[in-house]
Design a protein around this ligand. Structure first.
Ligand SMILES: [Ca+2]
Length: 174
């Protein structure tokens, strides 16, 4: 009985089918899960010295199972793609294409991802958002090129890495 309830709870929160769609969408936008795992590794290495890149990748995959997170990723990526095709109306089109720091909704989407993992996620995200390490900086730079928009994607990637780091922190620290 308890097992059945756990299964139902799990099904409610996780969506394995949609996880593959999310992975494909990220790959289409040039994001490799290994690059996200590398960010997670750098975030957690000081606290969990035994951590490996494979463990980080496993937690990145777990993060992508969560329905709430999947929805946030879908919304963000879709807005970037629509902006690239000029398919948003003004003033939103210019706001998304301009990637202005005061736009703020890209970060709101990122918060909705890290919030699933509590306050550690938020701290991690603040750190990567400021320093833009690894693939985040690359995406940010690429998004400034003509015909390309990564306004939401860089924050999404930072949020996934931060959420995975928090997931590891919850698992390995007491
Ligand atoms: Ca952004």
């Amino acid at each position: 009985m308890d097992n059945m309830k756990n299964f139902e709870d799990n099904e409610r929160l996780n969506n394995p089918k949609k996880q593959n769609i999310i992975k494909e969408k990220l790959a289409e936008r040039g994001v490799n899960l290994m690059d996200i795992a590398a960010l997670t590794y750098d975030l957690q290495k000081p606290y969990v010295p035994t951590i490996t890149i494979d463990i980080c990748l496993e937690h990145v995959n777990n993060v992508l199972l969560k329905r709430e997170i999947q929805h946030a990723i879908l919304v963000g990526i879709e807005l970037d793609v629509l902006a690239e095709k000029d398919l948003l109306s003004e003033p939103l089109l210019s706001l998304v294409k301009g990637d202005h720091s005061l736009f703020g909704v890209d970060e709101t989407i990122a918060f909705s991802i890290v919030n699933v993992y509590g306050s550690i996620g938020l701290t991690n995200f603040g750190y990567v958002d400021k320093l833009k390490p690894g693939v985040i900086g690359e995406l940010d730079g690429a998004g400034k090129r003509e015909g390309r928009c990564n306004t939401f994607l860089d924050d999404i990637v930072g949020a996934i890495a931060s959420a995975a780091a928090s997931s590891i922190a919850h698992r390995y620290t007491v």
